[in-house]
Design a protein around this ligand. Structure first.
Ligand code: FPP
Length: 244
């Protein structure tokens, strides 16, 4: 276990995004309902975010519900909404200490009114905070996010640049994710932060989300720290830049 310990000099990602996949399969394996998997997933999500901040990560974006997930059976969706009704405000209050700002990103108008109200109230409590941040993606789809951003520019009669488009996304003003983690054995991006992840390092874990531990997060960060990030340049160019 000590093998995964984060050492001084480790390159800690500024922004980690997490596709929290595998709650349903984790619960099924234990003969439990999917809603139990989501409940355990939510608890793990809170623990991982806390651990990430304690290691020096500045932004964490979690994929809690995609636009496509809205096609799931109503009782599963109700289970997720009930988790938000019961726990979201308390958990976010616990997480958003020391100046951390919460943003809920996605087409939240598709959610029940009372759920929207809970999300809005939690966001509002942290609205003055600057610096570190948590983004919870709900009813989120990356393509829709990009279309929305372009339409904002069109309505203002502006052409977009790479930078202005980036600023019009829900994550505007934040550094792009350096490390994207997906649990649950699948190896795809599922319409998550596509524009923002142009240079993200992608880490796939076979673990189901509720069993992805703090140590597993450290292992992912150590893996990230050992990557050479060239951003399109050659190794020789990078070495030269480091010497300057
Ligand atoms: C994907 O796994 C996960 C989801 C659709 C929900 C993720 C939600 C949480 C971790 C907790 C809830 C958090 C909030 C803020 C509401 P899956 O259920 O599709 O798993 P499977 O692929 O094994 O079926």
């Amino acid at each position: 276990m000590a093998r995964n310990k984060i050492k001084a000099g480790t390159n800690i990602p500024k922004h980690i995004s997490i596709i929290m996949d595998g709650n349903g399969r984790w619960a099924k394996k234990r003969l439990m309902p999917r809603s139990f998997g989501h409940q355990m997933g939510m608890e793990r999500m809170v623990g991982l975010i806390e651990h990430a901040f304690s290691l020096g990560v500045q932004y964490v974006t979690v994929y809690a519900l995609s636009t496509e997930n809205l096609k799931r059976p109503q009782d599963e969706l109700e289970g997720l909404y009930n988790l938000i009704r019961k726990h979201f405000a308390t958990y976010m209050e616990r997480l958003c200490k020391n100046g951390i700002r919460l943003r809920v990103i996605g087409e939240t108008s598709l959610l029940p009114d009372d759920v929207q109200e809970i999300l809005r109230a939690s966001e509002e409590k942290t609205a003055e905070n600057t610096g570190r941040g948590i983004n919870v993606a709900l009813c989120y789809g990356s393509r829709a996010e990009m279309v929305r951003a372009v339409n904002i520019a069109v309505e203002k009669g502006e052409r977009v640049t790479e930078e202005s488009l980036s600023n019009l996304l829900y994550t505007g003003g934040q550094p792009d994710p350096d490390l994207m983690i997906r649990t649950g054995k699948e190896v795809r991006l599922s319409n998550f932060l596509l524009y923002q992840s142009a240079y993200a390092e992608l880490y796939f874990s076979d673990k189901m989300f509720p069993e992805f531990s703090d140590k597993d997060l450290e292992k992912a960060i150590l893996w990230f720290s050992q990557r050479t990030r060239r951003f399109g340049k050659t190794d020789e160019q990078l070495t030269k830049e480091q010497k300057i």
